[in-house]
Write a protein that binds this ligand. Structure first.
Ligand code: GLA
Length: 383
């Protein structure tokens, strides 16, 4: 792999307009978000893509080309991309494999090559490619392949993010279309049941398909929405947002922030920029966590996920998925550990304080968790 120019060597990180703003987007908003990504520390934490989702387009093509809505984007997309680039960020745009986008704007079906050319001329570094209004729901591989080829022919490196909602098991074929990430489920909204279903129920068993340059995408983050914005459906508690973000980090999922980072609460900002969690997500081995426990006991559900890391450590996530506190056993016998081996274990803290490492006692590692709380541990071999 040519690692210098390669795209998505680790899971892509950025911000996307959809979860908060839906189609209510405009050039000033995007410039403000670009400013915040830099001034509030997101870019330094790794969030480099600023992606404009659906709703940027004018309703009709001009000379066969997609054009932005002149009221929302009066200076045009090239100027906006230049602004985004001037901040050290990468610029992302959205289109759809069908005749129309999901919000009813013109889609790229039959215009893949000219659209890819347009996006490249604007300076796009990322394309999210959706699946609404796909004619007759024919085989999507062909359409995604076509856009993949169109992007390659522009000679402009672009992260290709396909959004087929997991309908045709894209994890099995998306990498071959040139995609760097592929949605595995329908849209997630800002409420715990949705996060639980998309993340904790649907992602297990997909780890063998993820890796450098091709990632399973369980949808954009709802952390920090706090029941505001386009996908608000009740919101989540702090513990639920932490469990959501921690799982996405363990899954080596793309981390696309959906909240309005100009006004996000401090807790969510710290969570999104948590250096240890982001490091687990960005680990160069690029292994997606596997679930080793999913159990119900006395009406309480718990899960344990394990992610091997490049330095030989192992990240272990214990999740309480119930609305009551529990004592969660770490099931060391089921972790890929040598039963006679000597290990150290450290629980990550949220406030940045350092928990001390201590010796792992096989069979007796337990942690008290509040309702919906999780604990992420790093386990390393004792030298
Ligand atoms: C679909 C996608 C969402 C978003 C909207 C835009 O629902 O899955 O992520 O892009 O379309 O209309």
């Amino acid at each position: 792999m040519d690692t210098k120019n390669a795209i998505a060597v680790t899971p892509p990180m950025g911000w996307n307009s959809w979860n908060t703003f839906g189609c209510e987007i405009n050039e000033q908003l995007i410039m403000d978000v670009a400013d915040s990504l830099v001034s509030s520390g997101y870019l330094s934490a790794g969030y480099e893509y600023l992606v404009i989702d659906d709703g940027w387009q004018a309703m009709t093509r001009e000379n066969g080309r997609l054009v932005p809505d002149p009221k929302k984007f009066p200076a045009g997309m090239r100027a906006l991309a230049d602004y985004v680039h001037s901040k050290g960020l990468k610029f992302g745009i959205y289109s759809c494999a069908g005749n129309k986008t999901c919000a009813g704007y013109p889609g790229s079906f039959g215009n893949e090559f000219i659209d890819a050319e347009t996006f490249a001329e604007w300076g796009a570094d990322f394309l999210k490619f959706d699946y609404c209004y796909f004619p007759d729901w024919a085989d999507p591989k062909i359409a995604y392949q076509k856009m993949g080829q169109a992007l390659r022919e522009t000679n402009r490196p672009m992260c290709y993010s396909i959004c087929e909602w997991g309908k045709n098991q894209p994890w099995k074929w998306a990498r071959n279309t040139g995609a760097h990430m592929w949605r595995t489920t329908i849209d997630m909204v800002d409420k715990w049941d949705s996060v639980r279903w998309v993340g904790f129920d649907m992602q297990n068993g997909l780890s063998s398909y993820a890796g450098p340059q091709g990632w399973n995408d369980p949808d954009m983050l709802v952390v920090g929405l706090n029941n505001q914005g386009f996908v608000a459906e009740g919101g989540c508690t702090q513990h639920q947002y932490v469990s959501h973000f921690s799982l996405w980090c363990m899954l080596a999922a793309p981390l696309m922030i959906g909240a309005d980072i100009r006004s996000i609460d401090n807790f969510s900002q710290r969570l999104l920029q948590h250096p240890d969690l982001v490091a687990i997500n960005q680990d160069p081995l690029g292994i997606q966590a596997n679930r080793i426990i999913d159990s119900w006991q006395n009406d309480m559900r718990r899960q344990i996920w394990v992610k091997p890391l490049a330095n030989g450590d192992m990240a272990v996530g214990g999740f309480n998925l119930s609305d009551q506190p529990m004592l969660l056993e770490l099931a060391t016998g089921q972790l890929p550990l040598n039963p006679d081996g000597q290990y150290q274990i450290r629980r990550l803290t949220l406030d940045g304080s350092k928990n001390r490492r201590h010796s792992l006692v096989h069979g007796e590692q337990k942690v008290q968790l509040d309702a919906f709380e999780c604990a992420i541990f790093l386990i390393s071999k004792k030298d």
